[in-house]
Design a protein around this ligand. Structure first.
Ligand SMILES: Cc1cc2nc3c(=O)[nH]c(=O)nc-3n(C[C@H](O)[C@H](O)[C@H](O)COP(=O)(O)OP(=O)(O)OC[C@H]3O[C@@H](n4cnc5c(N)ncnc54)[C@H](O)[C@@H]3O)c2cc1C
Length: 373
């Protein structure tokens, strides 16, 4: 450790990195110099992206500088390309060198299309504009059926259901034609990560809006007219919108699995290091979610306070997931405890107040204090 204030480097500017920065810069247990490095100087509130193609809401953007404003924090625009954990050093592609006593890696994921066009894959250039066109075709009644598909492996499942449910809702309200909306997913039950009771509520919501959910299957191919699924079923489909396959985007020098995800312990310490923590989508935790990224950041904060400051305990990652499934005029709040194989739903009261989509200890409150751009 350096003799003066400990140096903490945080890579990223998504929910994981911002929660870590807020917690460490205000810590009562630690007086550290914090550097946040990210290529993005704006934080995009991704959950609202779901609403954009439907013209309901635009995606809120915040200046990262406004979110993290604190004399203990220096903001750098750039990336960390390489890390030497044992030496406590990291480098940008331009060769800038950063020393750290603790590094928090929250660099998220790369997105990949699994089945090529004409499937429209979220995250590929213009994908939300294409979805907007599909919504227009639904309004016009010029499509008869639209399939939403989730790839095998980690992806963002919640927005897939939101896109499909909102299209179904739109078809019911706007179109004179009968339009079939379906989901193909490798999940055993709809959003089963939220446990059996919540999953049943999601299935009910899908049934009410006429969304057919094909579970335990994935899209294998699509030629513009027929979708072939891995369970050997095939359907006539006019449009397919898919969520991407995700791979980890970790800097070089950190141990990762084949998909680039970083293996961490319950305090988010990267296995094989004593000073590097990873949080959020870049970790090998099987579920990718902004609330979980913040929760993991809270755990990393406690471990860093314990190692570099005067905190006596740590607060291991609790694996409690909380989310809100939104459609144009309905909402379903869900909470669950994620187990190794299955999750257990936790009953909660359905909120009536303002919508919250990324559940975090510090970031949610900070976003309420500042104005979006
Ligand atoms: C449409 C949509 C809707 C969603 N809805 C919800 C929701 O309702 N609730 C919810 O909780 N989650 C939701 N999610 C998931 C959520 O957005 C992600 O799980 C979350 O953003 C992950 O946070 P993160 O901090 O791990 O990574 P990210 O948010 O991906 O941030 C990674 C950051 O690292 C930066 N970076 C990349 N490489 C480097 C590098 N080498 N050095 C430094 N910085 C780097 C990037 O620029 C970025 O700022 C949704 C996702 C999508 C796509």
């Amino acid at each position: 450790m350096s003799e003066s204030r400990p140096e903490i480097l945080i890579a990223g500017s998504g929910p994981g990195a911002l929660e870590a920065t807020l917690g460490l810069s205000r810590s009562p247990h630690l007086d550290a110099a914090i550097a946040l490095i990210s290529p993005q100087i704006e934080f995009q509130y991704r959950p609202n992206m779901v609403m954009e193609p439907f013209g309901v809401q635009t995606t809120a953007r915040y200046a990262v500088a406004d979110v993290i404003r604190n004399p203990n924090v220096t903001q750098w625009k750039g990336t960390i390309e390489r890390v030497d954990a044992a030496a406590g050093k990291a480098w940008s592609p331009e060769g800038d060198e950063f020393n750290f006593d603790a590094l928090v890696v929250a660099t998220g994921t790369e997105t990949h299309a699994v089945v090529p066009a004409p499937v429209v894959t979220f995250g590929t250039p213009g994908s939300l504009d294409r979805l907007k066109e599909i919504v227009q075709e639904i309004d016009d009644g010029s499509v008869r059926n639209v399939l939403f598909s989730a790839p095998p492996g980690p992806t963002w499942h919640l927005p897939l259901y939101e896109f499909a449910l909102m299209c179904a809702d739109r078809a019911e309200r706007q179109s004179a034609q009968q339009i079939a909306i379906a989901i193909a997913t490798p999940e055993s039950d709809p959003l089963d990560v939220f446990g059996a009771e919540n999953s049943l509520a999601v299935a009910r919501m899908c049934a009410e809006l006429g969304v057919a959910v094909h579970t335990n299957t994935t899209l294998e191919s699509y030629d513009g007219t027929t979708a072939h699924l891995s369970d050997r079923s095939s359907y006539p489909v006019d449009r397919v919108f898919a969520m991407p396959r995700l791979t980890g985007r970790a800097p070089e020098g950190l141990p990762t699995n084949d998909a680039g995800f970083v293996h961490v312990d319950d305090n988010q310490l990267v296995i094989g290091t004593s000073n590097v923590y990873a949080v959020g989508d870049v970790t090998d935790f099987r579920i990718k979610q902004g609330g979980l990224a913040s929760e993991q950041a809270d755990s990393a904060i406690s471990a860093i306070e314990n190692r570099l400051g005067d905190r006596e305990d740590t607060s291991p990652f609790s694996r409690e997931i909380e989310a809100m499934l939104l459609t144009a005029d309905r909402r379903l709040a869900m909470r669950a405890l994620i187990g190794d194989d299955a999750s257990q739903s936790i009953a909660i009261e359905q909120p009536t107040g303002p919508v919250q989509k990324i559940f975090s200890r510090l970031l949610s409150e900070r976003l309420r204090e500042i104005s979006p751009l």
